[in-house]
Design a binder for this molecule. Structure first.
Ligand code: ADE
Ligand code: ZN
Length: 336
């Protein structure tokens, strides 16, 4: 590949694993803190960035929830989502499926309506201004109990047409998917799609539970599934997409070095791997930087990169006509 950075930048892409609260850049965090009279325990943006050194998922989550404290009003959620969507569109992301964590806000006294109205208005403006398509996935926080997830789903149903599915995130270890079986069953009965973080820090059995008990259509991360040959074979056979986030894995010490990232092994095992940014403001890059990081570390070819981009559209919750349009645009790009 003559110039991988250029090739990746121009590639039409989907992003399927991005937490909107994890796209809160330090500059916007400070601006919102000032606008809302919230005090942050850092003197400035540089000091905050210095704190972004994580030994594991929980270290990150502690700062992620603290960062959210500046989000209070509808306009804050609008500004947050609009900033992400502007950057995503500039990186040639043509379709984004965005996670949001309503309990991270309702638990602090911010109304669900405030969150969803701000995000929704940004989605519609971004679709019009940037030509990107966007869908929302409501995530349940797994460190909270299932009753709280059920109440969140109840409340969300007033805006049923604004989100396409449910997900499961936050502290994985000690919070197996089995804890959320009933709320996922109800969500599925309501026609919602289902995804779950599994196998990021948790064992392969959590991936199995997400498939068998939550009946998810995609696994978010899934790295540790590779420790189990039978499970890996099943993921390949059933073509269950994995939304992999390399820079996140590096920053959260899920991998010790990008050269050790399991992406190549995932591709060799015929898994439907997609590349995503997870929490780009905290992990040092948006989707293109994730593509670049693995391309370099694993010496991926142009064909490898094309497969990853193609998988992103295949794994999206889009109808087959929309998927085909994206795949055709990707093929046209690859012919240039
Ligand atoms: N919430 C935001 N980012 C997350 C991640 N990588 N894993 C689990 N929960 C999260
Ligand atoms: Zn995530």
């Amino acid at each position: 590949m003559a110039d991988p950075t250029h090739f990746i930048a121009g590639l039409p892409k989907a992003e399927l694993h991005i937490h909107i609260e994890g796209s809160l850049e330090p500059e916007l965090m400070f601006a919102l803190a000032e606008r809302n009279g919230v005090s942050l325990p850092y003197v400035n943006v540089d000091a905050l960035r210095q704190a972004y050194r994580f030994g594991n998922l929980q270290d990150f989550l502690d700062l992620y929830y603290q960062g959210m404290s500046v989000l209070l009003h509808e306009q804050d959620f609008y500004d947050l989502a609009m900033a992400y969507l502007r950057r995503a569109a500039a990186q040639n992301v043509r379709h984004a499926e965005i996670f949001f964590d309503p309990q991270g806000h309702t638990e602090r006294g911010v109304a669900f309506k405030t969150v969803i109205d701000g995000l929704w208005r940004a989605l519609k403006d971004a679709e019009r201004e940037f030509g990107i398509t966007v869908q929302l996935i409501l995530c349940f926080l797994r460190h909270l109990d299932e009753a709280s997830a059920q109440r969140t789903l109840d409340e969300a149903l007033s805006w049923r047409d604004r989100f396409i599915g449910v997900g499961l995130d936050s502290s994985e270890k000690g919070h197996p998917p089995s804890k959320f079986q009933r709320v996922f069953a109800r969500a599925r009965e309501l026609g919602l799609k289902a995804v779950a973080h599994a196998g990021e820090e948790g064992p392969p059995d959590y991936v199995r539970e997400a498939l068998d008990l939550l009946k998810v259509q995609r696994i978010d991360h899934g790295n540790r599934a590779l420790e189990d040959a039978e499970l890996t074979a099943r993921l390949a056979r059933e073509q269950v997409p994995l939304t992999v986030c390399p820079l996140s894995n590096l920053r959260l010490c899920v991998v010790s070095d990008m050269k050790q990232h399991p992406l190549r092994r995932m591709l060799q095992a015929n898994l439907v791997v997609t590349l995503n940014s997870d929490d780009p403001a905290y992990f040092g890059g948006y989707v293109n930087e994730n593509y670049q990081a693995v391309q370099q570390a694993l010496d991926l070819t142009r064909d490898d990169i094309a497969i990853l981009a193609r998988n992103g559209f295949k794994a999206a919750f889009l109808d087959s006509a929309a998927k085909q349009r994206h795949l055709d645009a990707l093929d046209a790009y690859l012919r240039t």
